[in-house]
Design a protein. Structure first.
Length: 423
């Protein structure tokens, strides 16, 4: 502390005051110390009357795996026993949910961060075990937060600056809330619904689900690109699970403002690589020609895509992976379509981006794929030529001309295209 020599008494008082402030700070009376904790008060009475509310982060892995794969549980543990959810996560804090659906927990917070929560070990009034509520994320930040959940397990976190700026700014908008209500209505199956009505409802449900995703992306992309606080922009990027050009461009821009942030620095390098890769991927579109490649079956035998399209009319090239839930959920429907249209010139060619042959082999045995099943890896010839950045992804092409006619067909949309072109 800089003081004037003539005023020794004043200087001594200042020094004494400084020492006293340090002592008080050490006793935990300063505002800074109080701001490093969070208290979460919850009301889940519309959805739960027991169980555990668990706040968690994914197990630390390589940064490249930090989104998506880090949230997938291993098929088995090292000792061969059934895996536990808690084996795959780092628990930040937890609290029991009381009979009235209420809970309270306190945790230390060094800085605002993205976290998830599970509701574990919950049962119905009849004692039946409920599946874990998972995949829910919010911002853990200092202060007092309130979290509520309705009957459809939609939740809201209130009371925090970063939750308000990053999530609530779009999630609590009139448009988003209205779209959620419409989605809940369309999920209910009306009594006596015909096949035609079912297809119409599913199309409407798909459209409103896409609208919700678009509203989420619009909200997060705007925040990530324009918010005045770099920390808010970083958190908006971290909670984003739907990424696009906006995501990578925002990362590159944020790196200039947060050059010492390790996560931003690593992700900005990845962003530059992705931007180049997606530019190449955009060249593969409806009306362009399919790109030939060489791949291997599980037995090691090599084959080219051009060989597999011989004497076929339409070929669906499907990129998938053992750990991709949406990919595997679609396989039973693809099998039905294959059985129905294979004698009319329809072929499916699967290519896995699994990096582990064992994982590929186990998943293939479980799914019993009846069509050419090739692999493997994100660095393989096929994955590179199609610039695969995520799965599932598929390309339906005319086997005679090699021209792509449709992209990313799922469910009855695949059936309708095949009916139109092969029946």
């Amino acid at each position: 502390m800089k003081t004037r020599e003539p005023t020794l008494l004043f200087s001594g008082v200042v020094v004494l005051s400084y020492i006293l402030s340090l002592l008080l700070s050490g006793c935990g009376t300063s505002n800074d110390a109080a701001s490093s904790s969070v208290t979460i008060s919850g009301d889940f009475s519309e959805a739960y009357s027991n169980g555990r509310f668990v706040v968690w982060t994914p197990k630390q892995k390589d940064d490249a795996e930090s989104q998506g794969s880090s949230m997938m549980m291993a098929a088995s543990t090292s000792n061969g026993s059934a895996p536990s959810i808690e084996d795959s996560i780092d628990v930040v804090a937890e609290a029991p949910i009381g009979r009235e659906g209420a809970f309270t927990l306190t945790a230390e917070v060094a800085q605002p961060k993205q976290v998830y929560f599970y509701v574990l070990d919950a049962t119905t009034a009849e004692g039946m075990k409920l599946a874990p509520t998972k995949g829910q994320q919010f911002i853990l930040e200092s202060g007092a937060l309130t979290i509520t959940m309705d009957q459809s397990r939609q939740f809201t976190v209130e009371g925090g600056h970063f939750n308000d700026e990053v999530i609530n700014s779009w999630k609590l908008s009139d448009k988003y809330v209205a779209a959620q209500q419409t989605q809940r209505r369309l999920r209910a199956t009306p009594e006596g619904e015909t096949e035609e009505q079912y297809r119409a409802r599913i199309d409407e449900l798909s459209a409103i689900s896409n609208e919700l995703l678009e509203l989420e992306v619009a909200g997060l992309s705007t925040i990530a690109a324009t918010h005045k606080e770099p920390q808010v922009r970083k958190l908006a990027l971290q909670v984003s699970w739907l990424v696009g050009d906006w995501y990578w461009e925002a990362l590159v821009a944020l790196a200039d403002e947060m050059p010492k942030d390790k996560w931003v620095k690593a992700k900005s390098i990845e962003a530059k690589e992705r931007i180049a890769k997606e530019l190449a991927q955009s060249q593969i579109a409806i009306g362009t020609e399919i790109v030939d490649f060489t791949a291997e079956y599980l037995n090691g035998e090599s084959v080219t895509l051009s060989e597999l399209q011989q004497e076929k009319s339409l070929v669906l090239l499907e990129f998938w992976a053992s750990w991709c839930g949406p990919c595997r959920v679609e396989i039973p429907h693809m099998k039905k379509a294959y059985e129905r249209f294979k004698d009319k010139g329809f072929e499916i060619v699967s290519f896995t981006i699994d990096d582990s042959k064992e994982d590929w082999e186990i998943a293939s045995d479980e799914e019993n794929l009846p069509w050419p099943n090739l692999g493997m890896g994100q660095e393989a010839d096929a994955a590179k030529k199609y610039s695969v950045t995520g799965v599932p992804a598929n390309y339906l092409f005319d086997a005679n001309t090699g021209t792509i006619v449709e992209l990313n067909l799922r469910g009855h949309k695949l059936d309708e295209v095949l009916e139109d072109k092969l029946l």
